[in-house]
Design a protein around this ligand. Structure first.
Ligand code: CIR
Length: 252
């Protein structure tokens, strides 16, 4: 969770057509852009140098940079998003990563999205989902091994979009998770999000702060009591596209 750099992409006007499991209306683009800008400012305030790429109108979900690639200080991996409308996002980010990393590996089989990948000190956890299949998870595990990272493939219960929709890393020993993932993290301390605030589990630890959705005061209070420095961020419009705080940047 220590990061020096991040890469983000401005929301395209086409984000109103972004994928969502339940249609609660299109995001209001003025507010969505404001949420995105506040998020980038919070990353900068946390000590991260953020580079922002121009919007890609042909890819409504391309603001969610986390899904088509993985980044580590030692190299990057181009993924194969399982949503057909998002598969082409990997090619769009390829040159950007090659300009910033000496090693850029690329998946060639199956499907995997970055939202299904939780980096913990013990292993890089890959959750199977409607977007990440067993073949893709296996291919990704092999690429992670090339970067010297151990992978662990897990099968979360169905119903959440991505593994990290329901969990996030709080520090090297602690994970924030919904009750349904309580048993998934042997060797780590698990802080459960309060009932009714399940969406708060997509928090984002960056350097000394934990960014949490502003609509989740009980989660913020619980984390504050545990000694974390909480930065609440409005993600109301972002949430209409089933996305949260981890989704909007690649970090390394
Ligand atoms: C999608 O369905 O792909 C986007 N609307 C949301 C992606 C959220 N990304 C993430 O959780 N990593």
């Amino acid at each position: 969770f220590r990061f020096d750099r991040a890469l983000a992409r401005r929301p395209a006007d086409s984000a109103v057509d972004g994928l969502r499991a339940v249609d609660r209306g299109a995001p209001d683009m003025v507010r969505f852009r404001a949420e995105h800008a506040a998020y980038l400012a919070a990353l900068e305030a946390a000590g991260v140098a953020v580079e922002v790429l121009p919007p890609l109108d042909g890819f409504p979900d391309s603001v969610f940079m986390e899904d088509p690639a993985l980044t580590f200080p030692e190299g990057a991996i181009l993924l194969r998003p399982g949503a057909p409308s998002r598969l082409g996002e990997a090619a769009e980010v390829a040159a950007e990563l090659r300009a910033r990393f000496e090693r850029v590996l690329a998946m060639e089989a199956g499907f995997a999205e970055g939202g299904d990948v939780l980096v913990t000190p013990r292993a890089v956890m890959i959750g199977l989902s409607a977007r990440t299949d067993a073949r893709g998870a296996g291919a990704l595990a092999a690429l992670l091994a090339e970067l010297g990272r151990k992978a662990e493939i897990v099968t979360p219960p169905p119903g959440v979009l991505h593994f990290k929709t329901a969990c996030s890393l709080l520090d090297s020993e602690t994970v924030l998770a919904t009750g349904q993932l309580a048993g998934f993290f042997p060797g780590l301390r698990v802080v459960l999000v309060p009932e009714g605030e399940e969406a708060a589990a997509n928090a984002l630890r960056v350097n000394d702060v934990v960014m949490v959705g502003a609509a989740f005061p009980r989660t913020a209070e619980a984390l504050d009591r545990l000694g974390y420095r909480v930065v609440p961020l409005d993600v109301a419009e972002t949430g209409k596209l089933d996305a949260g705080l981890s989704c909007m940047s690649l970090r390394w």
